[in-house]
Every structure is written in C-alpha cells, then in structure tokens.
Design a protein around this ligand. Structure first.
Ligand SMILES: NC(=O)c1ccc[n+]([C@@H]2O[C@H](COP(=O)([O-])OP(=O)(O)OC[C@H]3O[C@@H](n4cnc5c(N)ncnc54)[C@H](O)[C@@H]3O)[C@@H](O)[C@H]2O)c1
Length: 280
C-alpha cells in the first residue's frame, strides 16, 4: 500500500494553464501529493477581447520552481493549447522523461464579456477556440499516451459554474464550458475500459486575475437583473472569510482528491466547487 500522504508518488501529471492562478495551485498540490509534473501555458495575450493581463514565461518558471521545491520533477514549456502538434510533442517528451502519464488537468481557459448579440466574432471565436476546441486538443494529445502507458488514470476537465447554468454577459464562455460537460461525459464512457476516469469541476468565484470586479460591476450597472446569476458564495470558507472569493488552493484540494485513489469509483461526474452558489 502506498504512502497515504503521497498517493501520487511515482505518477506523472499534466496541467495546462499552469503559469498562475488555479493551474499553478493544481500543479503544486499534485506535486505535494507525490506526482512529477508536466506544465504548460501560452504565457502571452490571446486576444484584445480578453481585457485582464496575461501571464509571462517568468510566471510559468515560478510554478516550475514551486513544484521543484516540493521535491518533485517538472517539465515546463510554453505551449498554446490550440496547437495539437505542440501538445503531442510535450506529452511525448513528458512520457520519455517520466515513463508514464497518469493525470491530466485540462485547466487553461480565457474569459471575455458581452451580450450574445453584441459579441464580435473575435470574442466568440477565441473563447470557443481556446476553452472548448483547445481543451479537446489537450485531451487528443494526452489520452493516447495514457492508454499506451497502461496504468489507467484520472482526467479532470476544468469547466465552470457557467458550464451548468446560464451566465448573462458571457454566453460564449458558458456555451464553451457547457460543451466541456459533453466532452467529459463522452470521454468517461470511451476511456472507462482503459481504467481512465474523467470528471469535470465547476468552480465559481475563484480569486485569480481572470476575475475582474470592475468589468462585472460595469455590466451589473447596465443590466441589474444579471446580478442574480452571480450570487455571493453562501459558505463562509475556513480558508478565506475576507474577500468573498475562493482561494485557488481550495479548488486544488478537490483536484488532488479527484486525481488520486480516494475518488476511485467516480467518473462522468460534474462537481461544483462553488461553496453552494449553484443552489441559488
Ligand atoms: N476564476 C474563476 O472564478 C473561475 C471560475 C470558473 C472557472 N474558471 C476556469 O478555471 C480555469 C483557470 O482559470 P483561472 O481562474 O486560474 O484564470 P487565469 O487567467 O489566472 O489562468 C488561466 C491560465 O490559462 C492560460 N491560458 C489561456 N489560454 C491558453 C492557451 N490557449 N494555451 C495555454 N494556456 C492558456 C493563461 O495564460 C492563464 O495562465 C479556466 O479554465 C477558467 O475558465 C475560473
């Protein structure tokens, strides 16, 4: 029986969008649980329609440093998840280094704002291209290597509360994140025979640069009825009672549990990580 404090010892995990925010927290948590890490991020602006700042290669290097500080190994690379060939090369290099691939956290994503009939094609295309099609390309690159390694595994698809309910002001984002539910559940059926589990998580209001209170307040100022779709989190979190936003590390705890043996029989599930907000 393995060390219960390091249930992922000897395993390898790939995390996309790992330069900062939730992706960094997931990488560090999986390393704490014993896994060696393959981390990727585009580390550059995707589109002028995305109005919060992008991370840099230094941010990704800092994630790599934090992983190494746990004592685990890391393969770190600037990769755009819209690029299938680059992700296939990254996976091949990771498997050459670590001998296997057990865990995938498909986390990279972008957000922009606008009502559906006012969005530009640039708004729509970039969000769908990254959040839905890019995530499929990550899956396309990783799953054959996981099957080839023959050890089963766990895939965590990072959707959103907007993947389970309507969110006025970002319908393109919600459409892409709802699409990830279909991807997750189809993949759970298809990969099950290889011992690979697939679940989606649906975070809400996590404290990262993606959350722009000013943009949201401007939207709610123009359309006060939209406010009802973005309720306060009912649960007072032990980790942060101050900001009202959930720390990324809380989401990473759930990801670590989904990656490991403790969640062994679970697949094809949608798991809200929302402090109860979806119940409003
Ligand atoms: N923050 C929230 O409240 C919240 C809520 C629900 C879901 N999410 C989802 O969680 C995930 C992580 O977001 P976050 O909150 O940490 O925001 P973030 O902006 O800090 O992190 C997203 C990361 O993905 C990277 N990325 C974007 N496009 C990429 C691409 N094409 N290729 C590779 N990397 C790319 C970014 O560079 C960034 O480092 C996203 O999928 C997001 O949609 C966030």
């Amino acid at each position: 029986m393995g060390d219960p404090t390091e249930p992922l010892l000897g395993r390898a995990a790939l995390v996309t969008g790992a330069a900062r925010g939730q992706g960094r927290a997931h990488a560090v948590r999986l390393a704490e649980l014993g896994a060696d890490l393959i981390i990727a991020d585009v580390c550059a602006p995707i589109s002028p329609t995305v109005t919060y700042p992008a991370p840099t290669a230094d941010d990704l290097a800092e994630t790599a440093r934090l992983v190494e500080a746990t004592g685990r190994k890391v393969l770190s690379r600037v990769v755009d998840i819209r690029d299938l060939a680059a992700q296939q090369q990254l996976v091949a290099d990771g498997v050459a280094l670590f001998g296997r691939l057990d865990v995938l956290v498909a986390n990279a994503g972008i957000l922009s704002w606008g009502r559906l009939w006012e969005l530009s094609e640039e708004h729509w295309d970039r969000v769908v291209e990254v959040n839905l099609s890019g995530t499929w390309r990550t899956v396309r690159a990783a799953v054959p290597a996981m099957i080839e390694a023959g050890n089963g595994g766990s895939i965590i698809i990072v959707s959103s509360s907007a993947g389970l309910k309507a969110t006025p002001g970002n319908g393109h984002y919600a459409a892409a994140k709802h699409g990830l539910v279909a991807l997750t559940n189809t993949l759970a059926l298809e990969a099950g025979e290889y011992g690979i589990r697939v679940n989606s998580i649906h975070p809400y209001s996590v404290d990262t640069p993606m959350i722009q209170p000013d943009a949201m307040l401007e939207l709610f100022g123009k359309h006060p009825s939209f406010l009802h779709s973005f309720p306060p989190v009912p649960l007072k979190l032990a980790s942060d009672g101050q900001s009202g936003f959930m720390p990324a590390e809380d989401v990473a705890e759930v990801v670590g549990w989904l990656a490991g043996p403790g969640s062994g029989p679970l697949t094809g599930l949608q798991i809200p990580v929302d402090g109860g907000a979806l119940k409003y």
